[in-house]
Design a protein around this ligand. Structure first.
Ligand code: MD6
Ligand code: FE
Length: 217
């Protein structure tokens, strides 16, 4: 009889799973940088706290947001835009930490998009019940650049559809440390996040944080 000592441990080796033409899920890719990411995140949110922005239609988003880098994504009654200044403080968004920039570049290269340099990072905070309805990311100038999306904390169900809102969405469970990179033919795919389930993550507490890196300008 052989005894596999590792049988009951979770498999945390990074892996690479294509989810569509142009989109790849790098499971566990951010795990090795988690301590630095969490420290840098705290420094950002001390300067630019999470806030619930309003949609152009006047609804408050259930996801709380902030940004770092020179291009911060903002929504208010006048619409969606990228802005170098945090409207809440009147000051530039916090500088993008080098750990963030490096992780995004490394993940993009691993997914086949060498040379990706993000100028903005939108930081989303989901508490249980928060959700992101199906949308396209189309406010960026350069749709040739991919988006790199890092998940930290509680797991979430990522909905990944097609180029039409009505296309049926596939569901992927994103866990702490997972990265999704997408570009090319998937760049304008509709996607969203199902309402976050209750939970309490060992490192992050009762929340999920998502970092989406873009080349916005
Ligand atoms: C989220 N992500 O994971 C929301 N957008 O919380 C996004 O909206 C997203 O993951 C573009 C590319 C990748 C993403
Ligand atoms: Fe998005």
């Amino acid at each position: 009889m052989t005894i596999d000592l590792f049988e009951s441990l979770p498999d945390i080796r990074p892996s690479r799973e294509p989810i569509a033409e142009g989109a790849v899920l790098l499971r566990g890719f951010a795990r090795s940088a988690e301590a630095e990411l969490i420290k840098a995140l705290r420094e950002i949110t001390d300067q630019a706290p999470f806030r619930h922005m309003s949609t152009p239609g006047g609804h408050q988003m259930s996801v709380a947001m902030t940004n770092c880098g020179s291009a911060g994504w903002v929504t208010d009654r006048s619409g969606y835009r990228y802005d170098g200044v945090d409207p809440q403080s009147g000051k530039p968004w916090p500088v993008m930490p080098s750990t963030f920039r490096k992780l995004a570049g490394d993940a993009a290269a691993e997914a086949g998009f060498a040379g990706f340099v993000a100028d903005g990072c939108l930081i989303n905070r989901y508490e249980p019940g928060a959700r992101m309805s199906l949308h396209q990311d189309r406010d960026e100038n350069d749709l040739g650049a991919p988006i790199v999306s890092v998940s930290l904390g509680l797991p979430a169900i990522f909905l990944f559809g097609g180029l039409k809102r009505s296309d049926k969405a596939q569901r992927y469970r994103l866990e702490h440390g997972d990265i999704v990179v997408w570009g090319g033919p998937a760049r304008l795919a509709f996607h969203g996040i199902a309402p976050l389930a209750d939970g309490d993550d060992a490192l992050m507490g009762p929340q999920r944080i998502n970092l989406t890196f873009r080349k916005a300008r």
